[in-house]
Design a protein around this ligand. Structure first.
Ligand code: UDP
Length: 328
């Protein structure tokens, strides 16, 4: 029985594939390689194709005895989603239904879904727990929230049980040094800072220094990608044990400002980060910090990288060894 991982060649997907393989589980990867990297999938079968193609999905489900699905495949750029909501609702929401329909047809009844803190929108209170109102401020967050709604209905109607995992800020890399973060274009804070130190960029722009936070810059909750992977495996196990449909936040519960992240990178690397202060990036909430108490309590999730220095050190190891990402 195999676990089908869609988007398994992407950043969080490839780390989860590796974690599953470390446990000796049978994994099959499906990815369109639009953003994912073939080299990120080492020893699992990789089927290259798109969830927009029901015949392709049917072919994969026909070839393997799929026990459960972990669904990462999606577009994930907030800014792009505002410009092209069509792409986000189609790829992230409509195509997820193609996957779900294949699951119904093949009687696969367990799904772990890659959701996002963007389902909450501008927080009313922090830390954000799972009961916080859901009011996404962009099509990306909406496209994921719609899938969460669909999943609840597919449970009632078709018996597909699912766990939606709402990630806060994923960062870091597997300590093996074999896989890490490589987005084209890169928009995330930590890789951009590290690329600056490697001479790939002239400086890092701080987007907004006038937020109502202690140092004026945005505060985020950075969570190591391997801690995210662990949560996916715990969620799969919970579903296998008969667990019901639910959603969990994944974060460390500790917020760091952009300036604190930059200072921590300087401490870890011993180098000075060239900084330019820029205007706010539209749509950025001032503070996003998770409460992940529910998954800690229910599934005994126990993040290993709660220290920002250790997290950054793992990312730095990857970026130093692969300054051009997987293309090197
Ligand atoms: N950020 C920044 N400069 C950059 C990239 C990001 O100041 O070049 C800030 C961004 O405004 C946010 C935080 O860093 O407050 C984290 O941004 P990222 O894009 O990594 O993740 P997000 O919180 O948007 O999911």
């Amino acid at each position: 029985m195999a676990i089908l991982v869609t988007g398994g060649a992407g950043y969080i997907g490839s780390h989860t594939v590796k974690a599953l393989q470390r446990q000796g589980r049978d994994v099959v990867v499906l990815d369109n390689l639009y953003k994912g990297h073939r080299q990120a999938v080492k020893d699992a079968p990789l089927h290259v194709g798109d969830l927009g193609d029901p015949a392709f999905i049917a072919d994969v489900f026909g070839q393997y005895s799929v026990d459960a699905v972990v669904h990462f495949a999606a577009l994930s750029l907030v800014g792009e989603s505002v410009q092209r909501p069509d792409l986000y609702f189609r790829n992230n929401t409509a195509y997820a239904m193609n996957l779900l329909d294949a699951m119904v047809k093949h009687k696969v009844d367990k799904l772990v879904f890659s959701s996002t803190a963007a389902v909450y929108g501008e927080p009313h209170s922090v830390p954000i727990d799972e009961d916080h109102p859901k009011a996404p401020t962009n099509p990306y967050g909406e496209s994921k929230l719609f899938v969460e709604h669909i999943l609840r209905r597919y449970d009632t109607a078709f018996g597909i049980r699912s766990v939606s995992l709402r990630y806060f800020n994923a960062a870091g890399a597997d300590p093996s040094g074999e896989i890490g973060e490589d987005h084209q274009p890169e928009t995330h804070l930590i890789p951009i800072i590290l690329q600056t130190l490697l001479g790939k960029r002239e400086h890092i722009e701080i987007f907004g220094t006038d937020y109502s936070t202690p140092d004026g810059t945005c505060i985020r909750d950075y969570i190591h990608v391997n801690d995210l992977s662990d949560a996916h495996i715990l969620a799969l196990d919970a579903l296998a044990a008969g667990g019901s449909t639910t959603a969990y936040n994944l974060g460390c519960g500790q917020g760091f400002s952009v300036r604190e992240v930059i200072r921590t990178v300087e401490k870890v690397t011993g180098r000075t980060v060239p900084v330019v202060e820029s205007p706010r990036r539209p749509g950025d909430p001032a503070v996003l910090v998770a409460s992940s108490e529910r998954i800690k309590r229910d599934l005994q999730w126990n993040p290993q990288y709660e220290n920002l220095e250790t997290l950054i050190a793992s990312a730095w190891q990857w970026h130093q060894a692969h300054p051009d990402g997987f293309s090197q």
